[in-house]
Design a protein around this ligand. Structure first.
Ligand code: NAD
Length: 259
């Protein structure tokens, strides 16, 4: 299927590895020029080179921390008028909520709620003016079904979800859609940290925690960044213009509800 977005420009945050990289690769494969952001220049440049070689699109790499005002300014200087914005950043640490300090909460809110809102604020009027825009926020299945050791994530991402639910309806008439992708368990570096925390909380070996997690997924495996990226690319396509304000769970069937 031709997604109808060749020649568009996307700003993809936190994209040197994992789910963000999967999104950048899938968009580039559709002919979208991408500006990718991550903190470590070397890893980011290697990812940019790989995407360029695989697709031939224009790939710019901006090494910065997207959760800081300076980082966002650098990303927006390289890509002031994206047609597509993929919001992503590292997830907050795990732990018992009694140990989270006020500063921990502020950091989680900065990363997983306020940074996406700031980037939407900076780019959405351009999208509205051009009559086309796609915003995809990478959140978490924790928004729909909270994960006990991830209280910071459960809380901060739900704040973003509530905000976006309102804004998506306001910008829909102008051809701009805003949706959230909710990953369940995907095979990335992040999963290693989450499983280690669960192993500690349950006092079991990490391998056993990993086995139990996989056994709990109806698909019988973790998802791949490629699968995730392709779902993102579809949401960014011309065909997805009537899909907005949605929370798409991609979790191999883990969420047990009918809806
Ligand atoms: P990952 O650790 O594999 O990759 C994270 C990427 O983000 C890397 O490229 C890293 O350099 C970049 N990054 C992190 N913090 C950044 C910052 N402040 N500024 C710029 N770049 C930054 O993680 P992932 O598994 O791809 O997860 C992406 C997001 O999805 C995270 O917020 C994570 O919590 C969430 N999530 C992941 C899963 C999963 O199963 N992998 C499940 C639920 C939620």
């Amino acid at each position: 299927m031709d997604l109808g977005i060749a020649g568009r420009t996307a700003l993809v945050c936190a994209a040197s590895k994992g789910l963000g990289r999967g999104c950048a690769e899938a968009l580039a494969a559709e002919g979208v020029n991408v500006v990718i952001v991550a903190r470590t220049a070397e890893t980011l440049e290697a990812t940019a080179a790989a995407i360029r070689a695989a697709t031939g699109v224009d790939v710019k790499a901006v090494a910065c921390d997207i959760t800081t005002p300076e980082g966002r300014a650098a990303a927006l200087a390289a890509c002031p008028q994206p047609d597509i914005l993929v919001n992503n950043a590292g997830g907050p640490p795990t732990g018992d909520f009694r140990q989270f300090t006020h500063d921990d909460w502020i950091r989680a809110l900065e990363s997983n709620m306020l940074t996406p809102i700031e980037l939407i604020r900076a780019t959405i009027d351009g999208m509205i003016g051009r009559g086309f825009g796609r915003v995809v926020n990478i959140t978490s299945s924790a928004v729909k079904a909270p994960i006990d050791v991830l209280g910071l994530s459960n809380g901060a991402r739900s704040g973003l979800t509530g905000f976006v639910a309102g804004l998506a309806r306001k910008v829909a008439p102008q051809g701009v859609t805003i949706n959230n992708l909710l990953p369940g368990m995907f095979d990335t570096d992040r999963i290693v940290a989450t499983i280690a925390a669960q192993a500690k909380a349950q006092d079991i070996p990490v391998e056993e925690a990993r086995r139990r997690r996989i056994a709990s997924i109806p698909a019988g495996r973790f998802g791949t960044p490629d699968e995730f990226g392709r779902a993102c690319a579809f949401l960014c396509s011309t065909h997805a213009g009537y899909i907005t304000g949605q929370n798409w769970l991609i979790d191999g069937g883990s969420y047990p509800g009918t809806f």
